[in-house]
Design a binder for this molecule. Structure first.
Ligand code: GUN
Length: 284
């Protein structure tokens, strides 16, 4: 392997420490600590693990955990009522509805009840619109964490050719917009893209968020590229990403491992957004 490993675990712990210090300062100044309401509907095992980790790190940062768990057969109206109550609760700085939600619930309608100021996931139409227009707002956590990681490793974004594979609301689309905001030349590739390998091979910065294990093979990597792997898939008793790590790490200049790359940054940025939401509220 010749590529430098981009250590998201290390950077995430640094970001969480910064958040923890700022939370302690708020409390020392007599303000209420930030409160995060994670909303989990149903019993999806992967979502349960994600939410448990978010809650644990929220508490470790000195924030208040206002977790809400609704059964999978809850009515749409009950779920709406819960989010509406969280929206007006002054103890709650941020609300995160874990996706996916069961089929009986319309995710868009639930998300639309979250006030933009409490949308620490950056998923509401309001925050997506602010991002699209380059205006301040909460940015989605995974792409924001990737930009932070790229900056930590001094990856030049201005003028760079960036290819984002994937166009999801959570990662692909906002990722492309954040890279554009930093003056990269951005291509969004997806499942219908022709010649995906060729498109990827142009990339100085390749963001793999396709959700398909190993879809990015070694021949899709430009020598010297920076490769960010957003995928996380269980493969027997190990985890793997969207990138063929063994092949790509011989060609790239920098690469994120799976696990320990992008994943920890998502939670760190969630905490940073929740802190910002609480600070903004104090100021207003
Ligand atoms: N499901 C998988 N990742 C995420 C995330 O970052 N936020 C939410 N709300 N749901 C998710």
């Amino acid at each position: 392997m010749s590529a430098v490993l981009m250590d998201g675990k290390l950077l995430a712990s640094k970001v969480r420490e910064e958040v923890k210090t700022a939370v302690a300062a708020m409390v020392a100044a007599g303000q209420a600590p930030p409160g995060l309401a994670t909303v989990l509907i149903g019993d999806d095992p992967a979502s349960e693990i994600y939410v448990r980790n978010k809650r644990r790190m929220c508490v470790e940062a000195g924030m208040q955990d206002h977790h809400q768990h609704l059964p999978g057969n809850v009515s749409h109206q009950e779920a709406i009522d819960l989010v509406d109550a969280l929206a007006v609760n002054p103890l709650i700085s941020g609300i995160l509805v874990q996706l996916p939600v069961p089929g009986t619930i319309v995710a868009e309608e639930l998300l639309s009840r979250i006030p933009a100021a409490k949308d620490v996931d950056g998923l509401t139409v309001a925050n997506a619109g602010l991002l699209a227009q380059g205006l301040p707002g909460h940015r989605p956590c995974t792409p924001a964490g990737i930009v932070r990681l790229l900056d930590e490793y001094a990856v030049a974004l201005e003028g760079a050719t960036a290819v984002v594979v994937g166009r999801s609301r959570l990662v692909g689309k906002p990722m492309a917009q954040l890279l554009l905001e930093r003056n990269a030349t951005v291509t969004i590739a997806h499942s219908r893209t022709r010649n995906l390998t060729e498109v990827c091979r142009n990339a100085d910065i390749l963001i793999a968020a396709a959700g398909v294990p190993g879809v990015i093979t070694g021949d899709a990597i430009r020598p010297g590229a920076t490769v960010i792997d957003v995928g996380i898939h269980r493969d027997g008793n190990r985890l793997r990403g969207d990138v063929d790590f063994a092949a790509a790490s011989k060609i790239a200049a920098r690469i994120t491992p799976v696990p320990g790359g992008v994943g920890p940054m998502t939670i760190a940025m969630l905490l940073a957004n929740t802190l910002k939401a609480a600070q903004d509220r104090q100021e207003n």
